[in-house]
Design a protein around this ligand. Structure first.
Ligand SMILES: NC(=O)C1=CN([C@@H]2O[C@H](COP(=O)(O)OP(=O)(O)OC[C@H]3O[C@@H](n4cnc5c(N)ncnc54)[C@H](OP(=O)(O)O)[C@@H]3O)[C@@H](O)[C@H]2O)[C@@H](O)CC1
Ligand SMILES: Nc1ncnc2c1ncn2[C@@H]1O[C@H](COP(=O)(O)OP(=O)(O)O)[C@@H](O)[C@H]1O
Length: 285
């Protein structure tokens, strides 16, 4: 088993040097769902910014723009109401080097088309929540996955997306979870991060890494709405900062768990991005 630990070279990639400007740290686009369902995307966007992406933009449908504008300050906002809007933004702004799609995104057919447009660019993208469910419903979309994608399913999403591989039988032990994650990575051609107290991460053809959060201090307070949206944003931010999909998934899972351990009991999702500066100070970033 590979137990994740922060490596000195990973610490170095988290630093910002005096000779760098914001675009040297990458640009993330997080897609939001409609009005009243923007919270998950905003959590992901905040996490991407806190982990150090230089620029973060939320792309939201027209009806959600006022709600997002009222809530966002350091994060920018663009209208993405349909696939064409996304294609135009990505064609016009080549600096966007990572996306996050799925948190609060919605399951409407038009969202499938937007997801297809994102995948067609071959740019790095974290696919979570509704993006995973959309792919489970439309297998043609699943075939568009590529090696720059990071899939972050919880157990329910994993079961939907990889029928027959997930936790159908109880107990489902760590070896079974590792094997399922490896097979899912091979099937999808993408990095798969299978969430849980024991999180397993695999890239196609590579050994599985395990993020074990069960040692003291435990991270069980991560079982709270929106914690996964924050993880997706952290990974998107790390992708934008130049990490490979596997590196971004491993480092994101580690920072997420360490931030939860620092916050301790009473943790809610909003607290996680705020813990990143505290964590960075402790780690000597
Ligand atoms: N702040 C916000 O705005 C937030 C918005 N959010 C947004 O809500 C949308 C729906 O996302 P979702 O994950 O809540 O629902 P869904 O896709 O139906 O899957 C849930 C079903 O799967 C199953 N299940 C099995 N194992 C499981 C496990 N370990 N963890 C969790 N579930 C597990 C279980 O079914 P069971 O196994 O009990 O039959 C369960 O009923 C999505 O857009 C998301 O981004 C949330 O992120 C919260 C914060
Ligand atoms: N008991 C637990 N111990 C440690 N981590 C947990 C526990 N339960 C959930 N998590 C973590 O919290 C996050 C929850 O993500 P997810 O289920 O997608 O929630 P949401 O969709 O509400 O954001 C994942 O990173 C998962 O690994």
């Amino acid at each position: 088993m590979t137990l994740l630990a922060i490596k000195p070279e990973q610490l170095l990639t988290l630093r910002k040097r005096a000779d760098q400007h914001k675009f040297d740290h990458g640009s993330v686009l997080v897609l939001s769902g409609p009005a009243t369902r923007t919270g998950a995307a905003r959590l992901a966007a905040m996490a991407a910014l806190r982990v150090g992406a230089g620029v973060v933009t939320v792309g939201a449908p027209q009806d959600a723009l006022p709600e997002c504008a009222a809530q966002l300050t350091g994060i920018m906002l663009r209208e993405v109401s349909e696939a064409l809007d996304l294609s135009l933004i990505l064609a016009e702004d080549q600096r966007i080097n990572a996306m996050c799609i799925g948190p609060g995104f919605g399951l409407e057919a038009a969202n499938g088309a937007t997801l297809r447009a994102a995948l067609a660019t071959q740019r790095a993208v974290v696919l979570d929540a509704d993006a995973l469910t959309l792919m489970a419903q439309d297998r043609e979309l699943f075939t568009q996955l590529h090696e720059q994608c990071v899939l972050t399913p919880h157990a329910g999403e994993f079961r939907r997306l990889f029928p027959g591989l997930g936790e159908d039988d109880v107990p489902f032990d760590l070896n079974e979870k590792k094997d399922a994650t490896m097979r899912a990575a091979d099937l999808s051609g993408s990095v798969v991060l299978y969430k849980g107290a024991l999180t397993t991460i695999a890239a196609p053809g590579c050994p599985v890494a395990v993020m074990d959060t069960t040692s003291e201090p435990k991270a069980a307070w991560l079982a709270t709405a929106g914690a996964g949206d924050v993880l997706a944003g952290l990974i998107a931010g790390l992708l934008a900062r130049g990490n490979s999909p596997a590196e971004a998934a491993e480092l994101g899972a580690l920072l997420h768990a360490l931030a939860a351990k620092l916050a301790g009991p009473g943790l809610i999702a909003e607290d996680l991005p705020k813990q990143i500066p505290v964590l960075y100070r402790e780690l000597g970033v």
